[in-house]
Design a protein around this ligand. Structure first.
Ligand SMILES: [Zn+2]
Length: 357
């Protein structure tokens, strides 16, 4: 296979370089006779740290629809996906070199009748740890718990399980070598999860200063999915009539959302970008989440890092190092100065295969 040359400033440092792709791998050794495949700003393959392949509004999708979701994500530059829970078995994606790298969380685990229909294993507290261990064995090193959801009995957001059940589940997943993350909109569920050593929090709108300090102390990560949080006013409006307390909670959480996420960022909680594609959101829109992180106050270089080099490092996948798989995206402008270019990559290179616009 002949060598291809890509030329331009390479992020994160922006130093202009010639990057060569030989047999699907990156080298900075000059390759005489290499064709220049693209020039522009070169960014390590984008990462969608909260996305759902094989899921739509109604539950699991068939393989054809799932494939299209993965293609949409890839063409949007997301070449590594941490799937935050799927009701479909998406293991086959690992065998497809043309689809993004995938780190699966198995299926969501929720309390009985306390989550979106057809999404989760819905279990009782006594069953939670066993399901956590099962999904740890089924996934790719992560599991996903539904930390809280509306309780129709209480008429408000409430933890899905008692703190002790969560602790046992986290211990069970850790014993299987898997990390644990949880969907958390409200405050109540968070102290127990963070104290129990959960690895990551999804959404995190209920964080307070003391919990942010605890996350820093424990090394807990945060994937806020700001685009998903922007739907809180819709949830509040939908619940207003029957669940006014819930509507008020969602309204309050949303009013504080930018300040909450920025307090975590400023305290040093590592934040990553997640589009929540498939979780009632479209696929292929990691660019939208980078823009949303900037909108709430995260500097553009860091927001892009949250969707690229920082997230790759967190998830244990190489960046643009010598010998690494050639997974990167080329843009015709500097995305740090003009985020809108993230929507129109010039070239997406996955496992050394370049796809042009
Ligand atoms: Zn989600």
């Amino acid at each position: 296979m002949s060598a291809q040359r890509f030329r331009g400033p390479v992020l994160p440092d922006g130093e202009a370089r010639d990057l060569y792709v030989v047999d699907g791998r990156i080298t900075y050794e000059p390759q005489p006779g290499a064709d220049t495949a693209a020039e522009g700003w070169i960014v390590p393959g984008l990462v969608d740290a909260h996305c759902h392949l094989g899921l739509d509004d109604f539950g699991p999708t068939d393989a054809e629809a799932t494939e299209q979701q993965a293609i949409d994500d890839r063409d949007g530059g997301a070449l590594l996906i941490r799937d935050a829970g799927s009701a479909a078995d998406t293991r086959w994606i690992h065998d497809r070199d043309d689809l993004p790298r995938l780190i699966r969380c198995g299926r969501h685990i929720a309390a009985t009748k306390r989550y979106i229909r057809n999404y989760a294993h819905e279990v009782e507290p006594a069953e939670l740890a066993a399901y956590a261990a099962q999904e740890a064995r089924n996934g790719d090193g992560w599991i996903k718990l539904v930390g809280d959801w509306i309780s129709r009995d209480e008429g408000d957001l409430a933890p899905s399980f008692p703190a002790e059940a969560f602790r046992d589940a986290i211990d069970a997943a850790h014993a299987e070598g898997a990390k644990v993350t949880a969907h958390c909109f409200g405050h109540g569920v968070l102290p127990g999860l963070i104290e129990a050593g959960i690895d990551c929090i999804e959404h995190g709108t209920g964080l307070t200063e003391d919990l942010i300090d605890a996350m820093v102390a424990h090394g807990t990560r945060l994937v806020p999915t700001v685009m998903q949080l922007d739907k809180f006013p819709e949830h509040a409006a939908a619940g207003q009539e029957r669940f006014p307390a819930y509507a008020q909670t969602m309204t309050d959480l949303y009013a504080r959302m930018p300040a909450t996420i920025m307090a975590a960022y400023e305290a040093g909680v590592p934040i990553y970008a997640g589009s929540d594609g498939g979780g009632i959101s479209r696929h292929g829109n990691i660019a939208g989440e980078v823009e949303a992180l900037v909108r709430i106050g995260i500097p553009a270089h860091d927001a892009l890092g949250a969707a690229s080099w920082r997230a790759r490092e967190w998830l244990g996948v190489d960046g643009l190092t010598e010998g690494a798989s050639a997974d990167f995206v080329v843009y015709d402008r500097n995305p740090v100065e003009d985020l809108s270019v993230l929507r129109t990559p010039t070239t997406v290179v996955l496992r050394g295969v370049a796809r042009g616009r």
